[in-house]
Design a protein around this ligand. Structure first.
Ligand SMILES: [Mn+2]
Length: 326
């Protein structure tokens, strides 16, 4: 652990104006963490704008204040201290103009480069939203239902509904306080998980139909491209979280979802259970993430990319099995 909520709050109190940001292609933790903190700073009378490279995923667009997010690749015209959430490196925002005199870095990704002028980095947090909850407390701001809604979005999605990551007593204590604000967490879960398009449901079927299994069913490989999206009436947004579905099979311990980017470039999302370290897999191609959730971009033809991933995940499965005894 580097830094603390108190140090972050002290740095934030020095400023009156903020630009908050998170990684490109934001997930629930990116949206929830940045909006919750922006609302808390606004409650203190500060100006706080959330700027992201890409829009919020469809299911989160009607969440409080999400319509106020500025979608841009250049934040130069937005004034204030930079507050970066959920990013191992500043470049992950894919937004220029954020390397400022004051950069506050709050994150839980292994390998965070401590790029801030004030940093709080804690990999024991199940979501960046857990750290934001403590920062809001350290700022002395009372939690509103809107803030609590976003903290729940962050924690629920980053833990896959409390199934993975370092879920702890702190996680449930924060969730207890979220419920105490009057937020209907069951309805929120419906809003998060059961608000997809028909295209998404069809795409799920098509991708699982074409899924290949390797290493005695321990590894599942999924793939999609523009043509499959069109065929199903789905959009890229609809693919969020699909990588987790094969983990529903007991035998499956790792999943890769390969997505055709352009020409000969493929984006690979990786998920795993328990000791299977897919970050080590992503690392071989300059990617990053967590032991159980990582990603990288690979160049080459699809057949080769698939073969390389199957081999690398095979090694990760063997490593997780530990040394074979005599
Ligand atoms: Mn996160």
């Amino acid at each position: 652990v580097t830094g603390s909520a108190a140090e972050i709050a002290a740095a934030l109190r020095q400023e009156q104006s903020f630009v908050l940001s998170s990684h490109a292609r934001p997930d629930g933790d990116a949206i929830g963490s940045s909006v919750a903190l922006a609302l808390a700073l606004q409650a203190l009378g500060a100006r706080a704008v959330v700027a992201l490279h890409d829009p919020a995923p469809q299911p989160y667009r009607h969440f409080p204040a999400v319509d106020q997010i500025v979608v841009t690749s250049d934040a130069t015209s937005l004034e204030g201290a930079a507050v970066i959430l959920e990013c191992g490196d500043l470049a992950r925002t894919e937004i220029s103009g954020l390397n400022r005199t004051t950069v506050v870095n709050i994150d839980h990704h292994l390998g965070n480069t401590l790029y801030g002028t004030t940093n709080w980095f804690d990999i024991s947090a199940a979501a960046c939203g857990e750290l934001v909850a403590e920062v809001i407390d350290a700022l002395g701001v009372a939690w509103t239902k809107d803030m609590a809604t976003h903290l729940y979005l962050a924690i629920s999605t980053d833990t896959g509904s409390f199934r993975y990551g370092p879920v702890s007593a702190r996680t449930f204590d924060i969730c207890r306080r979220i419920a105490a604000t009057g937020v209907d967490t069951s309805q929120l879960s419906r809003d998060i998980y059961d608000s997809f398009s028909i295209g998404r449901v069809k795409l799920t079927g098509a991708m699982l139909d074409a899924m290949s299994l390797h290493h005695a069913n321990q590894f599942a490989l999924l793939y999609y491209d523009e043509a499959l999206l069109r065929q199903c009436g789905a959009v890229v947004d609809d693919t969020e979280g699909l990588v987790n579905i094969p983990l529903g099979a007991k035998d499956v311990r790792a999943v890769a979802l390969i997505k055709h980017q352009d020409a000969a470039r493929y984006r690979v999302s990786l998920r795993s259970k328990g000791a299977v370290d897919v970050r080590a897999v992503a690392d071989q191609w300059g990617g990053g993430g967590h032991a159980n959730a990582a990603g990288c971009t690979i160049e080459g033809d699809l057949t080769t990319v698939r073969a390389q991933i199957v081999e690398a995940v095979g090694a990760a499965l063997s490593a997780a099995a530990g040394p074979v005894g005599p």
